[in-house]
Design a protein around this ligand. Structure first.
Ligand code: NAP
Length: 261
């Protein structure tokens, strides 16, 4: 059987790139590499959190590696030449693991992070450092809260019995969660018109979001600004020290060209 890391006609090994994915940017990068650097072998890794994920171009593997040691082992066993951490800005554990594993396995690592959002005139933002702080902040911001921080962090709001929550997530949340809530199963991109309607129809007093960045989910910020609705914005965790960061898919492609010749 032919080793997938070698071409069929010759025993020239194709450079292998592992993308840690789960984001739009990771999918765009995999598609761009398939188009523009067809000599590369590209594997995208997904955590397996979403029941029916949007699959990227190229090879895909799903599920955790078993911590930084497991990831380092995977990099060695699959002869990975470069690692791109294109995970969500709030996926802090896997980014930390990637930094450690890349150092152990001597594989060059680049982080691809879309830029964060920047407040505009008219925004009423309450920046906080964590979901715990966000749960504290919403206590003083009204009774009807639109929660867009994902189902995984919902337990942090479970003790808030006085408020009603509109919870938007890709898959249905499991307990613990706030006692008074309505779940909206949906995934971006979202439209400004749709976000305006949600704020209006549900008489939303405050919105909670992570500073995820990107255009797909930013219309809620515009709708909140227009409606004078305050927004609790959870700040991003830092990228692990020493890991180079780019913001654009284009820059990641350029980095790979230089790294892999
Ligand atoms: P996390 O807390 O940083 O990671 C927890 C564990 O999940 C990791 O230790 C790792 O398990 C596994 N994992 C995470 N990303 C992986 C990947 N791409 N491939 C293989 N294993 C992965 O991550 P999270 O916040 O739960 O997010 C999980 C995934 O969802 C990420 O890939 C991220 O890009 C995507 N996502 C996250 C958010 C968010 O707000 N956090 C939003 C949208 C999409 P092992 O230690 O066993 O390797």
């Amino acid at each position: 059987m032919t080793d997938p890391a070698t071409t069929a006609s010759a025993s020239v090994r194709r450079p292998h790139v592992l993308i840690l994915g789960g984001t739009t940017e990771a999918r765009t990068l995999a598609a761009d590499l398939a188009d523009r650097l067809p000599g590369l072998r590209v594997t995208t890794s997904l955590a397996g959190r979403v029941a029916a994920p949007r699959l990227p171009a190229g090879e895909v593997r799903i599920g955790g590696f078993g911590g930084p040691d497991g990831l380092a082992r995977w990099l060695r066993e699959h002869a990975v030449d470069a690692l791109i951490d294109a995970t969500h800005p709030f996926a802090g554990t896997i980014s930390f693991n990637a930094a450690q594993a890349a150092a152990t396995a001597h594989v060059p690592l680049l982080a691809l992070r879309r830029p964060g959002w920047v407040p505009e005139p008219g925004d009423i933002w309450h920046p906080v450092a964590s979901l715990t702080e966000a749960a504290e902040a919403v206590r003083g911001l009204g009774h009807r809260i639109f929660l867009t921080t994902g189902r995984m962090g919902l337990a942090t709001f479970a003790h808030l019995t006085e408020q009603w929550f509109l919870v938007r997530s890709v898959d249905a949340p499991e307990p613990p969660h706030p006692p008074h809530m309505e779940v909206l199963l949906d995934r971006g991109p979202f439209t400004l018109e749709g976000e305006r309607a949600l704020l209006r129809d549900h008489r939303i007093d405050a919105l909670v979001t992570k500073d995820s960045g990107g255009a797909a989910t930013s219309p809620k910020l515009t709708a909140a600004r227009e409606a004078g609705v305050p927004v609790v914005v959870v700040r991003r965790p830092a990228v692990p020290e020493g890991v180079p960061v780019v913001e654009m898919v284009e820059e990641a492609v350029a980095w790979l060209r230089i790294r892999l010749g």
